[in-house]
Write a protein that binds this ligand. Sequence first.
Ligand code: ATR
Length: 282
Amino acid sequence: MTENNRFIQAGVIGWPISHSLSPRLHGYWLKEHDINGVYEPLAIPPDSLRLFLLKLASQEFAGVNITVPHKEAAVAHMDTLDDNARRIGAVNTVVVQEGTLYGGNTDGFGFMENLKDGAPDWAANQGPVTVLGAGGAARAIVAALLEAGVGELRLVNRTRERADQLAKEIGGAITVIDWDKRTSALEEIGLLVNTTTLGMKDKDPLDLDLENLPASAVVTDIVYTPLITPLLTTARQLGNPVVDGLGMLLHQARPGFFFWFGVKPEVTDALRAFILEGLEEC
Ligand code: ATR
């Protein structure tokens, strides 16, 4: 129950928004904690983003999540940005504070928490990490991995310039490797992360030979449709520990829920099952 049982409103903005699982996720926690609040999907086209965010501070909202395609564009409309969102250049969580907008980015937090849950024995000092992809998700993940103490991060992307740009902007121990050298980028690593869209339902599979992958390397994919991607299936058959991508979605939502509704929510097996049911309905 919230303080004085005051009604609290939050939501997620994107375009389109109908497939977002965030309303189902926050709705589960609202019910679980008996909170007098709502979390709504809000379809905001790109040309309305500025006006929506201008108005947000004066509305009844406690804040919003921001999803595709607005994460980068929203940066310019925040009154305050946390260091992480500034470094990544993208906002996914907005908190309305005394009529001003505070923007943060919890995608890297979600990734690291999911990794902790799924591969509790992985440690940042267990060898190099290879990240495939250099899009928005990769930026947050690369920053979080470096922050966690990874000493060598190999960044492999089809479009090399995009990886070079990411390495320049994020800084730190990143080595950019060409896409056609991706097999050799797996030598001696402790963790492999797929942040590309390859392997997603209705997309091309990820064409990656795992012959150089050490047997102990953890393999994780941020794609969660399907939950076990072809990459994870192959890695599992080789005996490598694997971590699916659903937990990143669940964990990235925790800080926003806490800011807005004042309760620290948990990621449980029951929540995972409830969200998986929602995925099947999509
Ligand atoms: P997100 O913001 O979710 O990370 P994105 O910015 O569209 O999404 O990035 C998608 C990633 O998948 C990029 O790294 C992209 O590579 P490019 O930078 O070369 O576009 C990668 N990707 C998508 N299709 C690919 C393909 N067929 N082969 C290799 N990489 C691909």
